[in-house]
Design a protein around this ligand. Sequence first.
Ligand SMILES: Cc1cc2nc3c(=O)[nH]c(=O)nc-3n(C[C@H](O)[C@H](O)[C@H](O)COP(=O)(O)OP(=O)(O)OC[C@H]3O[C@@H](n4cnc5c(N)ncnc54)[C@H](O)[C@@H]3O)c2cc1C
Length: 230
Amino acid sequence: MPGHKIKLLKKETVAKGTMAFHFEKPAEFVFVPGQYADLAIINPKETDREGNIRTFTIASAPGEKDLVFATRMRDTAFKRELDRMPEGTAIEMDGPYGSFTLHAKKEKPAVFIAGGIGITPFMSILTSAAEEKLNRKFFLFYSNRTENDAAFLRELSGLTAEIPDFTFVPIMSEREGYLNEKTIRKYVENIDGPIYYLAGPPGMVAAMRKMLAGMDIPEDDIRFEEFAGY
Ligand SMILES: Cc1cc2nc3c(=O)[nH]c(=O)nc-3n(C[C@H](O)[C@H](O)[C@H](O)COP(=O)(O)OP(=O)(O)OC[C@H]3O[C@@H](n4cnc5c(N)ncnc54)[C@H](O)[C@@H]3O)c2cc1C
């Protein structure tokens, strides 16, 4: 297994109850935006039924200096350990894994649908698209309860100026309700053309898959990553 010991550089709050953890990136570590890694706490003071390993998507882009992971800080042993971890502490990382990465056919637009912390793969893909000035069409529908719950809102708005063709649609469910077919049709002119990417809690992913199936989007054009554990 491709294992690395990586050191915590800094932690920051990026939304209500949500933190980003910056780690040192090993020189030889290569990943594709959208991939994830397994993080293991070394010698934890406490652990629980789920153990001392969790899976997190890499939220930073390959061109960035640090490796960044972002998570909702719930009251579990693993997250309590992360919360009190001093800077400079090493953890074990296995990865990268996964194929939730951008499709090869450049002419096909990408429609990203994120629920809450499901934004992490799209942060990596879009930051990388900005760095590389990718001449491709992107849409992002990003659902949260309120603005306070939405991680990386400012960064994502900033990316609209850096990516040549990027439509960003934040949705605050407390005010507007859940993302629906009407909103997708309002922004995506030809709904049959794109590849759709869904990421977030399993319940949200299931609801969005059902909605897209109801819109007759071919199954082959829908990719999803379920953040099991939410
Ligand atoms: C590919 C992938 C990428 C992910 N990326 C991120 C990310 O970027 N950020 C992020 O915050 N989270 C991500 N997750 C989810 C993450 O791994 C944790 O499960 C989540 O953060 C909850 O952890 P916890 O310690 O709060 O709760 P946990 O203690 O892990 O679990 C809470 C509850 O969920 C149940 N549960 C745990 N694991 C599973 C499972 N595999 N299937 C079904 N039920 C389960 C437990 O039994 C428990 O009831 C990702 C998951 C996957 C699979």
